[in-house]
Design a protein around this ligand. Structure first.
Ligand code: URA
Length: 191
């Protein structure tokens, strides 16, 4: 008997909850494997859980999440239609940047999630998620670009945008995010 997509994702979440491959589980309250629709056409990938996410075990529920919700509403995409997750599944202390080894040991979970969901479109939020697909590239240069790639035998359209937390700190970046979401909305309508 084969498992449903929801059951497969639940199994990944269980593995994440037990994970001790790096030290982040020691300081985290909860793991934040990701949340959303297992049949999503669109997956959003952020950087790592923050304080609110760590408390609730859910991605993008703090201030960045509120901005993400607003941006989603401007393109009439309900959060229940998408899947949202992060590069790291446990919160780094003081929200510091993910370390290379943390990314290395944690991203197999992301890879497994994407292979289960098989989305058509991935929106990367910030540089760490962008660099997972495009190592060495610069977010300020490629944000807003629509890039079609074959990744792990999956045909994907990747659209990198700034991280919502950058939009909360900087008006110019917020404007870029709003513009990029309008392009995302148009791309979704046309595809
Ligand atoms: N920032 C992220 O990158 N991910 C979250 O889940 C919340 C804030």
């Amino acid at each position: 008997m084969s498992l449903t997509k929801d059951q497969q994702l639940e199994y990944i979440s269980h593995l994440v909850g037990e994970c001790k491959k790096c030290d982040l589980y020691k300081t985290a309250t909860n793991s934040v494997p990701g949340h959303g629709n297992s049949n999503a056409k669109i997956v959003f990938i952020g950087e790592a859980p923050g304080a609110q996410e760590d408390q609730q075990g859910l991605p993008f529920v703090g201030n960045s999440g509120k901005l993400l919700d607003k941006l989603l509403s401007t393109i009439s995409v309900p959060r229940t239609d998408v899947f949202i997750c992060n590069i790291l599944k446990h919160r780094p202390p003081e929200n510091r940047d993910p370390l290379p080894n943390e990314i290395k040991v944690c991203t197999p979970y992301l890879k497994a999630q994407l292979k289960i969901i098989k989305p058509k479109i991935i929106i990367t939020l910030g540089k760490f998620a962008m660099n997972y697909f495009f190592p060495g590239e610069s977010i300020s240069k490629i944000r807003g670009q629509v890039r079609k790639i074959i990744w792990q035998e999956l045909p994907l359209t990747i659209i990198p945008v700034y991280h919502p937390s950058a939009g909360l700190r900087n008006g110019a970046m917020l404007k870029s995010l709003q513009e990029d979401f309008l392009s995302i909305g148009k791309f979704i309508k046309d595809n």
